[in-house]
Ligand binder design. Sequence first.
Ligand SMILES: Nc1ncnc2c1ncn2[C@@H]1O[C@H](COP(=O)(O)OP(=O)(O)O)[C@@H](O)[C@H]1O
Ligand SMILES: [Mg+2]
Length: 371
Amino acid sequence: MKAAPLRITSLDVRPRALVFEDMASRDLLHQIRRIAPSEATVLILGETGTGKEVVARYVHSLSRREGQPFVAVNCGALSETLAESELFGHEKGAFTGADGTKTGWFESANGGTLFLDEVGDLPLKLQVKLLRVLQEREVVRVGSRKAVPIDVRVITATNANLDEAVVAGRFREDLFYRLNVASLRLPALRERPGDILPLAEHFLRVYAQRARLDEVSISAEFVHRLLDYSWPGNVRELENVVHRAILTCREGRIDADDFPLGSGRETALLQEASALPDPSTAALERALLELYECGEPTLFDRIASTVITTAFRFCHGNQSETARLLGISRNILRARLLQFGLLSDRRVDARASTGLVGHIGTPGRVRCGGS
Ligand SMILES: Nc1ncnc2c1ncn2[C@@H]1O[C@H](COP(=O)(O)OP(=O)(O)O)[C@@H](O)[C@H]1O
Ligand SMILES: [Mg+2]
């Protein structure tokens, strides 16, 4: 495929600009504009990174609820035990640990829109309660008998196949119909190739401005790679690739080797990895990019410190148990505990403090800056 280089000299970014250039995206835009002003519940379907949350916000901003709260909740991240009180709130003393009254997400979104992301992950017990809230338009806090009236438009999203979940009995059919009054299917980025370059240009503006570059250009080869890649992680992956390229390029000139994905097996593996619908992967990628940007290559140490400290506390300071739980030797654990200040020198035996500390130093430091 023949590709022309891109050069961007005006780095003005419209706040919250959205890109819908491909014909498939323009169709979507029409549907959004048609659905938004109604009060209908909207179900947004699409692979991870296709823009489900930005579309939900856009629907909200085009509705009469604009200016009222937009509350986004990731149902996949709610713990099963606390999910009910997170969504509907609780009264003081409703359960052990409920020290005070808590307003749930539904009440927080009152007057506005509640966006329930990854709704397919909602436990069945809560699916029943959600359906009730949608039908009665009122919530009852955990530990209370009083119903609080609410005026909330609910928008949900999922990257799972809800039809299959219904057939398998993991998702209630009645709730599915209630949520699916209007639906929007976001095409994967590979299904709307006409968006790739406009999106890349958009993110170039955003991240070049942040990096205080006055002018950026991307070579024809880089453009070619953008167009040639299948983008399993969709818009989010494209955003990360452009962001990273801005950080690695020299003097605003982005070239082929600023494209992080090579070819062959390595790319296939990376593609597989970024296709995983795992929110923690996306969060980790963001954290990595931020570290890359601020030039503080300590991610491994930070993660190791969190994992080891938490496990040590979990095992009430018992070293053998912690080592077993983590699947590392006791000596390595001790050396790490020493490093993180959880043990004094005195308590580490000679072998650990002399022989091993060097071997378990920081592997794979993150490369920083443009060099
Ligand atoms: N059409 C678009 N125009 C501009 N940016 C977009 C667009 N779609 C997605 N993004 C950006 O891509 C990233 C992923 O979008 P998000 O809504 O979180 O995806 P999802 O919820 O489907 O995983 C976000 O940073 C978002 O701002
Ligand atoms: Mg999302």
